[in-house]
Write a protein that binds this ligand. Structure first.
Ligand SMILES: [Zn+2]
Length: 66
């Protein structure tokens, strides 16, 4: 499944609401209980992926607005 990256303001990134929204989104897409990792790209370095270890895929991609 491909989808547009989500834009995340720097002030929101990494906060409690940020994680709640990520968890809800991942659950909604069928990844309840799966181990998930937030993976940062080095180029560009404000691009992140929420990666599902069990499904071996990227759940959502996001760009942090700095
Ligand atoms: Zn999964």
């Amino acid at each position: 499944m491909t989808s547009e990256p989500v834009r995340v303001p720097q002030a929101v990134f990494g906060g409690g609401e940020f994680w709640r929204r990520l968890d809800r989104l991942a659950d909604d897409r069928g990844h309840q209980g799966h181990t998930r990792w937030l993976v940062g790209e080095s180029e560009p370095d404000n691009w992140y992926k929420l990666y599902c270890d069990r499904c071996n895929l990227s759940i959502v991609e996001m760009i942090v607005d700095r």
